[in-house]
Design a protein around this ligand. Structure first.
Ligand SMILES: [Zn+2]
Length: 277
């Protein structure tokens, strides 16, 4: 019952952060010393859009089967240590998707501890504790490219912790996606200090109140237009209570139109590699 409440109430609170958190287009990029090889795709300089789907692993599995049956080019972000974590990692692998860790991090407001799952980074953690928690969560993932933020509006504002997170990512050849669950400069400052590549969410697909099908289609096209202007864009949508079947259906139906706009749908790693080349 606690888990049911957890996955019903968190999305309602998070929605407030989502609609308040506007995308920013100014980035300060720094090359990574251990650069990985760029894909042919990125060398072609085609505008790229990465669609990251959060909340795989959550109790509410709505939209999971629908989106994965279409085998789309998406990056699936999986919550660690839930009853669905292992299954959803396998589901994503079978569908050929890129997989990242959806790392639970503490909010800036008081939420019950059990809302975060078994392991989460707290606002008061030391950098060393944060690194240990990341390591323990990554053990669930046989093949992984990076991680982003689940909840996290408190930790995102803690520059010391964000520095530890960026350093951890660099040392482990992972990328870190700033989901921008709250408006703050701390993440970008930490990224700059650690000489890391900045990846930030441009659009939340369910930014309208109803999380409607037409709202998600609108946001997808908005993301495609950002890609046409900036060269790339990163959109985040959700399975489960925050998005589910409406999001899945809208993505499946709209992808052909986005490609017709001249925007290539890519994995998030392709954008990271392009920025790192
Ligand atoms: Zn989440």
């Amino acid at each position: 019952m606690k888990k049911i409440l957890l996955f019903l109430i968190i999305p309602i609170l998070l929605f407030g952060f989502i609609i308040l958190s506007k995308p920013q287009n100014v980035h300060n990029f720094h090359k990574k010393s251990n650069a990985e090889t760029s894909s042919n795709l990125t060398e072609n300089k085609v505008p790229m859009l990465a669609i990251v789907i959060d909340d795989f692993g959550s109790y509410d599995q709505s939209g999971v089967n629908l989106i994965l049956q279409a085998k789309p080019i998406i990056t699936g972000a999986v919550i660690p240590s839930t009853e669905y974590t292992e299954k959803n990692i396998k589901d994503l692998e079978d569908a050929g998707c890129e997989i990242i860790l959806h790392m639970p991090m503490q909010s800036h407001v008081n939420l019950p501890e059990n809302w975060y799952g078994e392991v989460y980074i707290r606002n008061t953690d030391t950098p060393e504790t944060a690194r240990m928690k990341l390591s323990s969560c990554l053990k669930d993932f046989p093949k992984i490219y990076g991680f982003n933020i689940h909840i996290g509006s408190g930790v995102s504002q803690n520059e010391k912790l964000m520095e530890a997170i960026y350093n951890y990512a660099k040392e482990n050849n992972l990328y870190f996606l700033d989901s921008r669950t709250i408006e703050t400069k701390a993440t970008e400052l930490a990224c700059s200090k650690t000489n890391s590549i900045y990846l930030g969410r441009d659009v939340f697909l369910e930014a309208d109140k109803n999380r409607s099908y037409s709202g998600v289609v609108f946001r997808l096209k908005e993301a495609a237009n950002i890609a046409l202007t900036k060269g790339y864009a990163i959109a985040i949508g959700h399975v489960g209570a925050e998005g589910g079947e409406n999001t899945a259906k809208a993505i499946i139906d709209t992808l052909p139109e986005i490609e017709k706009m001249g925007v290539k749908i890519v994995y998030l790693k392709d954008i990271f590699d392009m920025l790192n080349s």
